[in-house]
Design a protein around this ligand. Structure first.
Ligand code: ZN
Length: 298
């Protein structure tokens, strides 16, 4: 009897301890988040990534494993700014894991750690705009990656204080490497400054602003709305009057309108990755930006 009591007490202490004796089970919405978590968490974390890197991040179709993974997670990390609004809330409800609900310690919204651009003064969702809180593709500015990595390091340290020193060390090593690479990317992009480009979707605005390329228009009339012939004609007239050199196409949207315009106006279509895994060469967070820079400067 006494022994049972002691065992029960030991179990209680184990279950209520803020530090987990096993690897933290982390669910990341997108591959770029998963990559960052693995770099900072090392062997103390197990990461499951929900979305594939070559899909439209706004409309991920859930697989049955998603609910099971969220149900057993210690931490759910999302990009936020409404990028997952169409697919994560129903999963969170079905998984019914109180630990990872918004506002709980096991929930991390990375958009809270950066400044969003194109934040509207009034919500235009009724027109179908999928960026009602501002542009959610902020992680494609490589300078935003450091605050995201820091937020992940702090969250891991909060949930697993025993390994906090390990997380901080890994973060510092990552930040040092990243800062070196930022200098190289900035150097390579110098030659592209003032280049006028058209985007299919507003995926690359943060990147383009960072390196001072000019956004001449978008193939979509509004974020998430497919091009209409009227809009493409209007864009063609604008570009005839004031030409642009490149059309930036993501890997998941149809490219017929981009190809049509490019052929008519003598522009070049450049297919860019928008996440880790979107193209074969972008197999990690470093090579994602290496590849964007390489394709733009080719
Ligand atoms: Zn978008």
């Amino acid at each position: 009897m006494k022994k049972n009591c002691l065992m029960a007490l030991a179990c209680l202490v184990f279950l209520t301890s803020p530090s987990f004796a096993r690897p933290l089970h982390i669910v990341a919405a997108y591959p770029y988040i998963g990559d960052l978590v693995e770099r900072i968490g090392g062997g103390n974390v197990r990461v499951f990534v929900l979305a594939r890197g070559d899909y439209n991040p706004h409309v991920i179709i859930p697989r049955p494993s998603f609910i099971a993974q969220i149900r057993r997670a210690n931490l759910l990390i999302i990009s936020g700014a409404q990028l997952e609004i169409g697919w994560i809330p129903p999963l969170l409800r079905q998984a019914n894991n109180p630990a990872v609900q918004p506002g709980e310690p096991g929930f991390l919204d990375l958009s809270r750690y950066v400044t969003l651009i194109d934040v509207p003064t009034s919500v235009s969702r009724e027109q179908g705009d999928v960026h009602p809180e501002g542009n959610p593709h902020y992680y494609l500015d490589p300078e935003n990656i450091i605050p995201l990595a820091k937020a992940i390091m702090e969250k891991l340290s909060q949930l697993d204080s025993q390994n906090a020193l390990d997380y901080r060390t890994r973060y510092s090593e990552f930040a040092e490497l990243w800062n070196k690479r930022l200098i190289q990317w900035a150097e390579k992009m110098k030659g592209g400054m003032d280049t006028r480009v058209v985007e299919y979707h507003k995926n690359y605005d943060y990147f383009l602003r960072r390196y001072k390329l000019q956004i001449a228009g978008t193939i979509e009339p509004l974020p998430g709305i497919p091009p209409t012939s009227k809009h493409v004609e209007h864009l063609e007239a604008l570009l005839t009057a004031n030409p642009a050199r490149l059309i930036l196409q993501d890997v998941y949207n149809p490219d017929d309108a981009s190809r049509h315009l490019a052929e008519k106006l003598g522009m070049k279509v450049v297919v860019l990755p928008h996440d880790v895994g979107a193209v074969r060469e972008a197999n990690g967070i470093f090579s994602l930006f290496d590849e964007i820079v390489r394709r733009l400067r080719e």
